[in-house]
Design a protein around this ligand. Structure first.
Ligand SMILES: [Zn+2]
Length: 69
């Protein structure tokens, strides 16, 4: 299973978490959006998946409430 996809904040590189340099991989753990590697100074930010807003449209709670009445 692939981990997060990280994009260099300076542009260019897009790497899977396991393909990051070891120092950056360690720094990436627990980060959700962006981080700066204290070891090598590289800055990374998440490369968003293709449909980042998909969750916004699937809200089963709303439909359930309507039907529950
Ligand atoms: Zn690093």
């Amino acid at each position: 299973m692939r981990g997060s996809i990280w994009m260099s904040a300076l542009g260019g590189e897009v790497l899977y978490e396991e393909d990051l340099p070891a120092c950056c991989q360690r720094s990436a753990r627990g980060q959700e959006r962006s981080f700066e590697c204290p070891a090598c100074g590289a800055m990374w930010q998440t490369a968003l998946p293709m449909h980042p807003e998909e969750d916004a449209f699937s809200q089963p709670d709303l439909d359930e409430r309507k039907g529950a009445a």
